[in-house]
Write a protein that binds this ligand. Structure first.
Ligand code: F0G
Length: 464
């Protein structure tokens, strides 16, 4: 057997392949190859799962529903429960913290705030390490173990690092995270320290950390766990499946996500696409991405395209002009050169969604409103509610449409931001060192109250 035939036989025995997404290349590689970009052209890779043997849609739905009641950790995980659509032949050993299984809430006050009859919030902050990253990390770290890697590494604005640190600890792998010094929240840093990672604080921003990661990927001892790694996207796409199950397979009109490095939006796009191919849904929801206005390279590119007409992938721009010095208080999405922009753009264009920006003030007030619904989230997540408000106002979303906003991180990921907002000391990010506070419309600062029953009752009366 010649080497090329041997390779294709091996590939056939696997549950899929890795494929370059660039229209001019489309090179194919085996799943077990430790690659993060196309070795032929440097383009982004994605996993092409073999979905033929998964069974029909009603059978899949029944199987996934039944597994939620099982005691097997692989069934209880909200990621491995959907293993038919994951690129693994066997799932004997997986690295799991029982991720996924996150709530879909009705948010009455937020609905009113954005001008909709109803609004649902899918809270990915309810994952084991408090962010959506866990759904991708369980798969990426499982693959790292299979490949015999000794060290898992990522660049991070905080959440990817915390998640990788936790899953590496579970797997007994060394973990190193590269974070921009002084630019990630204390809570995220604390998590990574606690989970035993080697925390490397780098002079520079997230994009500098990401460049370093791509250099490190050449080292045979290193396994990269950023979302350029297509296995991460495979895990994160299951969130779309879980969401649809929670919606009784009724397709929302719009699904809205924050945009940073663009792994999350890419994963939702892939998930919905596969569900359509499997006959689990009959149409795609519009997928829209919201960026912070001073960290919005993809929104800028999108604004330069004619999104009203269908666009073939071969007509996509070849480059994204990065934002050199991104600024936002939503530190999770303070990113100027998102690595997965092309996949995200493809998903938005295909579903006829939007990519827009919101201001710091809008993010802060939307976040407080999510709090008022008793839900809470970290600042980056609140871009969704702020963005939906704008999309309703501009007529892109109609008042009676079925809309889901994806919250990506827990409210306790950034308690300093929350406290400053409510005390009126949250300052706008600035280039010139000027200090301008955000005027929080929903401020709720603690107040001194004398230690008497009367004073407390009077205070309550005054606030009714
Ligand atoms: N929301 C939160 C809470 C995040 O942590 C991130 C990304 C995003 C949204 C954006 O998601 O990058 O997939 O578009 N955080 C990364 C990190 C960059 O390192 O934790 P994306």
């Amino acid at each position: 057997m010649n080497p090329e035939t041997a390779r294709s036989v091996q590939r056939a025995a696997e549950k899929g392949t890795q494929r370059c997404i660039l229209p001019g290349c489309r090179a194919v590689f085996a799943l077990r190859e430790r690659i993060y970009v196309c070795p032929r052209c440097g383009g982004p890779l994605e996993i092409e799962c073999n979905l033929d043997a998964t069974g029909d849609a009603p059978a899949l739905r029944e199987k996934w529903k039944a597994r939620a009641a099982s005691d097997d950790p692989r069934d209880r995980s909200g990621v491995w429960r959907y293993r038919e659509i994951l690129p693994f032949e066997d799932v004997e050993r997986v690295v799991t913290l029982l991720e996924g299984n996150t709530p879909l809430y009705d948010a009455r006050r937020c609905a009113e705030y954005v001008g909709l009859h109803s609004l649902r919030l899918k809270h990915q902050g309810c994952n084991p390490t408090g962010s959506f990253k866990d759904t991708g990390m369980t798969v990426a770290v499982t693959q790292a173990v299979r490949l015999g890697a000794s060290t898992a590494v990522c660049a991070s604005t905080g959440n990817t690092g915390a998640s990788l640190a936790a899953y590496s600890a579970r797997a007994g792998l060394q973990c190193a995270i590269l974070v921009p010094q002084g630019q990630i929240t204390a809570a995220k840093l604390a998590q990574s320290m606690d989970y035993g990672a080697v925390v490397c604080e780098i002079d520079g921003n997230f994009d500098d950390c990401m460049r370093l990661i791509q250099e490190l990927g050449d080292d045979p001892s290193i396994y990269i766990a950023n979302s350029i790694n297509p296995f991460r996207i495979e895990g994160q796409k299951t969130v779309a499946f879980e969401l649809m199950q929670q919606c009784s397979w009724q397709v929302p009109d719009n699904v809205v996500v924050p945009g940073g490095n663009m792994g999350n939006s890419s994963a939702f796009g892939k998930g919905f696409d596969e569900m359509l191919r499997l006959g689990l849904i009959d149409r795609l929801p519009k997928l829209s991405i919201i960026q912070a206005s001073a960290a919005a390279p993809l929104a800028r590119l999108f604004a330069s395209l004619d999104s009203t007409k269908p666009m073939d992938e071969s007509q996509f721009p070849t480059d994204l002009a990065p934002v050199a010095d991104p600024r936002t208080l939503a530190t999770a999405i303070k990113i100027g050169a998102p690595v997965s922009w092309r996949k995200a753009l493809r998903a938005v264009m295909k579903s006829r969604g939007q990519i827009i920006t919101v201001e710091e003030q809008e993010i802060a007030d939307a976040k407080a409103m999510i709090g008022r619904d008793g839900i809470g989230c970290e600042p980056a997540s609140a871009t969704t509610v702020a963005g939906i408000r704008k999309l309703v106002a501009s007529g892109h979303i109609q008042r009676n449409e079925f809309v889901v906003a994806v919250l990506t991180g827990h409210v306790l990921k950034d308690p300093d931001y929350v406290s400053h907002y409510h005390r009126g000391t949250l300052m706008q990010p600035s280039h010139d060192g000027s200090r301008r506070p955000i005027e929080g419309a929903y401020r709720n600062a603690p107040e001194h109250v004398p230690a008497t029953k009367k004073a407390i009752l009077e205070k309550l009366l005054s606030r009714r």
